[in-house]
Design a protein around this ligand. Structure first.
Ligand SMILES: Nc1ncnc2c1ncn2[C@@H]1O[C@H](COP(=O)(O)OP(=O)(O)OP(=O)(O)O)[C@@H](O)[C@H]1O
Length: 217
């Protein structure tokens, strides 16, 4: 069980002015944390920093007190990111996308087979396992990316707008699965501009005007 901490972090791209200033927040094992804000407020920027993809200009993002230095370091600490653009390999099938990710993070081929089949089934994609990503609908692709994230059984799961293309039933299913991840002790962070999804989370960190503040914390 790990804790994710953002400590006085200024998050910026290149030499540009920071997108977010002085962000301080903690995401605890067992809870769902919503990161909310309007389009462009910096939700993906914050999740990218939590994933080790963007190193803060000042301050730090740490897992159990260890500051993240890059994405590989974060992966080694069990930080899983489901990116907003899905990040799926278009030339692979749904099941291959999940299995390859399990293998790449040290899983055995038996685990890769089992987890990928189980997770795709839990997202209602048993009939799509052998379809190429390009042959899936937008919502099916989004669910495949979630299946891949869940199959990695991370200590931290960062989910960036993962319900944006889903109907109500699938959105509910995904939120229940994220709740299940928290129940097994993971830190779960959900970036969303969906107020109903945010309301189902335990706490909410709202981004506006380059600052983060607790709506419910
Ligand atoms: N790679 C990048 N290089 C430079 N600026 C960037 C980059 N990525 C994002 N930005 C800028 O950072 C700001 C915040 O973007 P971000 O994607 O974090 O917002 P968001 O809240 O996730 O938005 P949305 O809800 O539309 O996905 C925007 O002004 C955007 O132009």
């Amino acid at each position: 069980m790990r804790t994710l901490t953002v400590d006085a972090a200024d998050l910026a791209y290149g030499d540009a002015a920071p997108v977010l200033r002085g962000v301080t927040a903690e995401a605890r094992p067992g809870e769902l944390l919503a990161v909310t804000g309007t389009s462009g407020a910096g939700k993906s920027t914050l999740l990218n920093a939590m994933a080790g993809l963007l190193v803060p200009r000042s301050g730090a993002v740490s897992v159990d007190g260890v500051p993240l230095v890059n994405r590989d370091h974060a992966v080694g600490l069990g930080v899983v990111l489901v990116p907003q653009d899905n990040g799926l390999a278009a030339i692979l099938t749904a099941v291959e996308n999940v299995a390859v990710a399990v293998l790449a993070t040290g899983g055995t081929s038996a685990e890769a087979r089992r987890y990928s089949t189980e997770m795709l089934a839990s997202l209602g994609l048993s009939g799509q396992t052998d379809q190429l990503v390009d042959e899936l609908s937008g919502g099916q692709q989004q669910r495949t990316a979630i299946a891949r994230g869940l199959a990695l059984r991370g200590a931290v799961l960062l989910a960036d707008e993962v319900t944006s293309e889903l109907d109500a039933a699938n959105r509910q299913r995904v939120l229940e699965l994220l709740r299940g991840e928290a129940a097994r002790g993971a830190v779960v962070v959900l970036a969303t501009h969906d107020p109903e999804a945010a309301a189902l989370c335990d706490r909410e960190l709202h981004l506006a005007d380059g600052m983060a503040s607790w709506v419910r914390g």
